[in-house]
Design a protein around this ligand. Structure first.
Ligand code: MG
Length: 526
C-alpha cells in the first residue's frame, strides 16, 4: 500500500468504526474471475498434483475456499465461457455445437446479458483480458466492447487458431500442429476492436495482460469505482507457452512451465489487489473452462481421479478446480458443496445487489454455502456434450450425489489412444437403458455402476429419468452460432488486402497504442 493510500485508509478507520466501513464497502465489492483454459481437476497443487509448481494458487487456496464438486457447464471452450458470463446453458445463447472458429461469422448474441452488463447499472467498470472465444464477427462485432466491457485486451480465440512459431523462451518453436498451419493469419492482439500487434509475441503476451489488468485495478481504486475483471488466461490450452519468467523452471516439463506462467499471472493480479488494500473487498473466483486436453499427452493436463477429460461428459471433462477467495467473508477451507460456473452470475448479483437479467437462468446463488454455513441450493446438474443437439440433449444428470448416465461418448480431445477405451474419440455414442448410475461421493471416478434391477437406488434412477425428461423438454435451443458458413476474410488482419494472405498480416509497432508496462505503470515497481 502506498503512503498516500495508507493515510486515506487510516483516516477512514479513525472517522468510522471498521464495521461501518465494512458495510459500506461490501455493498459493491470488486469482482475478479480468473479463468484458466483446459486446466484439469488434478493439475494444481491445491488439488494434489505432486510436481506442479503453483505457489500463488496454493496461497489463494490457503486463504480461500477450495471447491471439490464444481462443474463447468461444458467440456469445451466457447460454450463454457458463454455459460459462465450469462448464467445460462450454452444452447440458450446458440453457442453450440462445438466451439467458435474465427472464420465463422457467429458469436455470443448481443441481446445476451453478460455479468459485465448486469453490473453496469450498479456503477461498475469491467475489463476482459486474455482469451475471448465468444466470436469475432464482421467488424469485430462480437468482441468484449459489445458485451459490456469498458476495457479489453486479448485474442479472439486460443493461439491454436492462428499461426505461431516461438512458444518458449528464448527460441523454442511451438509444439502443437495447428500453430504451424498455413490456414490461419498470425495471432492478432486486440485492444478493444483494434488490432495492436500481429503476430503477437507469445513470450511477452502474459506481461502485457498482467500490466493491463493491474493498470485497470489501480485506475478504478484511484477513482473509487467498483470493478469487474474477467481475466481469461490462455494457459494451459495448447500451444503451451512460457516467457522468460517460467520457461524451463518446472519439474513437469513444458506443460509445467506453462502452468507456472498461469500461476504467475494469478500472483500478479493478487499482488495488485493486495498493494491497493482491497483483497478484503474483492470477490475472487478462480476456475477452469473445461477438463484437460489428454490428446496432447504430457503437453496436456491431468484430470486427477476423474474419468477421461476434455470433450467428454465424464467427470474429467466437466468437473474443474475452483477456488473462491474473499477474506473476512469466506471461511478458508475445503467445501464439498455442489455448484457450477452457471452459479457465478446469480452469486455476483446477490452480493452486489445487481438486478438479475430478465431471462431464463440456469444458475443458483451460492451465498448460502459460501457465507452462511448452509448447504448449496443446487441439487441437480445436466451434462450436455459438445456435439449437443435437439435429438439427444443431455447425456447425464447429477442429482445430489448420484449421476445417472444416459449416453456416453469418447472424444479425440481425450486422446485417441487413451488407455481407457471409453475416452477415445473412436468410441461412438452409446445409449444406456437403464441409465448407468454412480454415487459420485463414494466413486468420483465412475467405476462402479449401481444400476441393476434390484438396486436400492432404483427409485432414484426413476426420479432422475423423469427429471431429465422434464428439463430437456423445456430446454430452448437458440439458432446455432457456431456452424455458420466459413468465410476466410473474417480472419483478423491488420493490413487487410496484403498478399500473400493469410500469412502477410504483420503490424508490429505500427500503432499508437501502448500497453502499460509492468515497471513504469507501478508507482514503486516490483
Ligand atoms: Mg478450454
Amino acid at each position: 500500500m502506498t503512503k498516500h493510500r495508507c493515510l486515506s485508509q487510516c483516516l477512514l478507520w479513525i472517522l468510522f468504526p471498521p464495521s461501518f466501513v465494512y458495510t459500506l464497502s461490501t455493498n459493491h465489492p470488486n469482482v475478479v474471475i480468473f479463468y484458466a483454459d483446459d486446466l484439469g481437476y488434478g493439475d494444481i497443487e491445491p488439488y494434489g498434483h505432486p510436481t506442479s509448481s503453483t505457489p500463488n494458487l496454493r496461497r489463494l487456496a490457503a486463504d480461500g475456499l477450495v471447491l471439490t464438486q464444481f462443474y463447468s457447464a461444458a467440456a469445451v471452450c466457447s460454450p463454457s465461457r458463454a455459460a459462465l458470463l450469462t448464467g445460462r446453458y450454452q444452447m440458450r445463447s446458440g453457442i453450440y455445437p462445438g466451439i467458435i472458429n474465427v472464420k465463422r461469422p457467429g458469436g455470443l448474441p448481443l441481446n445476451e446479458v453478460t455479468i459485465a452488463e448486469m453490473l453496469k447499472p450498479e456503477g461498475y467498470k469491467s475489463a476482459a483480458i486474455g482469451k475471448w472465444h465468444l466470436g469475432l464477427g464482421n467488424n469485430s462485432m462480437y468482441l468484449p466492447p459489445s458485451h459490456g466491457f469498458d476495457v479489453s485486451l486479448g485474442l479472439p480465440a486460443s493461439p491454436a487458431q492462428c499461426r505461431c512459431s516461438i512458444c518458449f523462451y528464448p527460441n523454442v518453436t511451438c509444439h502443437s500442429a495447428p500453430c504451424h498451419s498455413d490456414e490461419y493469419t498470425p495471432c492478432a492482439l486486440f485492444n478493444g476492436t483494434k488490432i495492436v500487434e500481429q503476430p503477437v509475441d507469445l513470450l511477452t503476451l502474459d506481461e502485457k495482460y498482467v500490466a493491463e489488468g493491474r493498470h485497470f485495478i489501480r485506475e478504478n481504486v484511484k477513482s473509487e469505482t467498483p470493478f469487474f475483471l474477467y481475466y481469461a488466461s490462455h494457459h494451459t490450452h495448447q500451444p503451451q507457452y512460457a516467457g522468460k519468467e517460467t520457461s524451463g523452471t518446472s519439474l513437469r516439463g513444458r506443460f509445467g512451465d506453462s502452468l507456472a506462467a498461469l500461476d504467475w499471472e494469478v500472483g500478479q493480479i493478487y499482488q495488485e489487489l493486495e498493494e491497493n488494500g482491497i483483497l478484503d473487498d474483492t470477490f475472487f473466483v478462480f476456475s477452469s473452462d473445461n477438463g484437460p486436453s489428454l490428446s496432447l499427452n504430457t503437453f496436456g493436463g491431468n484430470a486427477g481421479p476423474m474419468k477421461c477429460g476434455k470433450g467428454t461428459t465424464y467427470e474429467g471433462g466437466m468437473r474443474v478446480p475452483a477456488i473462491i477467495h474473499w477474506p473476512g467473508r469466506i471461511t478458508p477451507g475445503r467445501s464439498f458443496e455442489f455448484s457450477s460456473t452457471l452459479d457465478i452470475l446469480p452469486t455476483i448479483a446477490s452480493i452486489t445487489k445487481a438486478k438479475l437479467p430478465a431471462v431464463t437462468l440456469d444458475g443458483y446463488d451460492m451465498s448460502p454455502f459460501l457465507f452462511d454455513g448452509m448447504h448449496s441450493v443446487r441439487e441437480s446438474f445436466f451434462y450436455y456434450p459438445p456435439n449437443v443437439n435437439t435429438e439427444y440433449k443431455s447425456y447425464a444428470v447429477r442429482y445430489k450425489q448420484y449421476k445417472a448416465v444416459f449416453y456416453t461418448q469418447g472424444s479425440r480431445l481425450s486422446n485417441r489412444m487413451n488407455k481407457d477405451v471409453d475416452c477415445r474419440g473412436s468410441t461412438q455414442r452409446t445409449y444406456h437403458n437403464p441409465p448407468m448410475m454412480f454415487d459420485l461421493e463414494q466413486d468420483p471416478s465412475e467405476n462402479y455402476n449401481l444400476s441393476t434391477k434390484h438396486s436400492p437406488e432404483k427409485d432414484i434412477v426413476e426420479m432422475i429419468i423423469q427429471m431429465r425428461a422434464d428439463f430437456d423438454a423445456r430446454m430452448v435451443f437458440a439458432q446455432s452460432e457456431t456452424r455458420k458458413p466459413k468465410d476466410d476474410s473474417l480472419m483478423p488482419c491488420c493490413n487487410r488486402g496484403c498478399i500473400p494472405f493469410p500469412s502477410c498480416c504483420h503490424c508490429i509497432g505500427n500503432t499508437s497504442w501502448k500497453t502499460p508496462t509492468l515497471l513504469d505503470s507501478d508507482e514503486k515497481g516490483f
